[in-house]
Design a protein around this ligand. Structure first.
Ligand code: GAL
Length: 411
């Protein structure tokens, strides 16, 4: 468990009670790694300026996309030992916690802080059930981004990032023929992340979104085509994928061992921040193939768990999360655009300036791997089917399993 605090004070060994006149606030997330922790630290610094009597305690569990954190969180919630506040994705994932009565209605904060006016209309419904709002979004991430190493592409004679999946396969062939990895990838969730961008590419925004509604057709030939292309893409990836984190996979691209990587835009923060690569020079980006004009989004939000020990301190944290200064501290470092409508674009680097523009004009769809469109149970079942596919390589069986999962979980 990662643990850093920015205020050295009081007794760290108690179970989260008051210490040295300060209230300890345990904040649960999975932001421990490259490109992730920096954003959190920046927001904590801003928070502590405003809240001298609260001591931030980092209760994060490492693991991209929260794959390990969510399991730990589930058992803590089950045992009624919640952190004071935890990270949850806007959308179906958040509503899981609402249905289980594990988080509180915080509509009062929206009224108090005037947030209904500053958060986008596309986002609020994903935080709302029965007219009550349940969390505070800190950001908007984009899932469907194709990253490339400029030099590797130059050497392979690929003059521009591929716009379509067919062009992508051609470009991968060219990179491979130079003895490089075409597409770097990591552990299973990153392969699922790739899959959701391919489903979007093949089915289009409306077709993709329909998959996650009741009666969505997972048995169609368009889904088969998407699975076939995805399988082909996996043929251009590194053989040690299973043991690599998303950062490891991004680093293969950064180091010039791979030409392409498909990852959410937290990769920009890792590349330009931790790895010190120059955007638009060392690396570049484009919409994932065949998805230009659609923003496949996800949003990280923070909650007020039922039974939080330090409820007032948690509310202070939620106010920070929703504030302009908090979002402007967090997002430029996190590689996301702010959830608020009133961000200052001057604070953002070249990638995020692009993302801010795209967000305004694109069609919006939700990400599968990051909680927007499917419940945790559904996403987990898709993950299990994907794991079996990786052994059998049987597209037909995989598609059947996806259909069964949808029938069971779509609401
Ligand atoms: C997502 C999360 C992002 C980023 C990413 C990689 O699920 O929303 O903020 O942390 O995982 O870990």
């Amino acid at each position: 468990m990662a643990s850093w605090t920015l205020t050295a004070c009081g007794d760290d060994n108690d179970d989260g009670g008051d210490s040295g006149g300060k209230t300890k606030l345990s904040v649960f997330s999975w932001w421990t790694g490259g490109g992730e922790e920096a954003g959190l630290k920046a927001m904590v610094a801003d928070f502590e300026k405003k809240n001298a009597k609260i001591k931030f305690v980092n209760d994060a569990i490492a693991g991209g996309a929260g794959d390990k954190a969510k399991a730990v969180l589930a058992s803590r919630l089950q045992a009624k030992q919640p952190p004071d506040t935890f990270q949850g994705h806007a959308g179906a994932e958040l509503l899981d916690y609402v249905k289980a009565k594990q988080i509180e209605d915080i509509t009062f904060l929206y009224e108090q802080e005037g947030w209904k006016e500053v958060f986008p209309e596309t986002l609020l419904p994903l935080l709302t059930m029965d007219n009550k709002i349940y969390s505070v979004p800190v950001n908007i991430h984009r899932a469907n981004v194709l990253w490339h190493n400029s030099q590797v592409l130059d050497e392979a004679g690929v003059s521009a990032p591929p716009k379509t999946l067919d062009e992508f396969l051609d470009a991968l062939d060219k990179v491979k023929s130079k003895g490089k990895i075409g597409l770097s990838i990591g552990e299973e969730w990153t392969q699922q992340h790739l899959l959701e961008t391919v489903l979007l590419g093949k089915l289009g925004a409306d077709g993709y979104s329909a998959l996650f509604k009741k009666g969505g057709d997972w048995g169609g030939s368009d889904v088969t085509a998407a699975l076939e292309v995805w399988k082909e893409l996996l043929g251009f990836t590194n053989s040690d994928a299973a043991s690599l984190t998303w950062q490891d996979a991004t680093k293969l691209l950064s180091d010039g061992q791979a030409g392409f990587n498909v990852m959410g835009d937290w990769a920009d923060s890792y590349l330009s921040g931790d790895l010190k690569r120059k955007p638009e020079t060392d690396y570049g980006w484009a919409a994932a193939p065949d998805t230009d004009g659609t923003y496949q989004f996800l949003s990280d939000s923070f909650t007020l768990p039922v039974g939080a020990k330090h409820r007032d301190a948690a509310i202070a944290w939620l106010k920070e999360c929703g504030s302009k200064s908090g979002q402007d501290a967090f997002n430029p470092k996190k590689g996301s655009i702010p959830a608020r409508n009133d961000a200052d674009p001057a604070l953002y680097g070249p990638y995020l300036k692009w993302a801010l523009e795209e967000w305004k004009k694109d069609k919006i769809v939700g990400s599968l791997s990051h909680g927007a469109v499917a419940s945790l149970a559904w996403t987990t079942e898709i993950g299990t089917a994907l794991g079996l596919f990786l052994q059998s390589k049987n597209v037909g069986k995989f598609q059947d399993a996806l259909g069964e999962a949808a029938e069971k979980h779509a609401v």
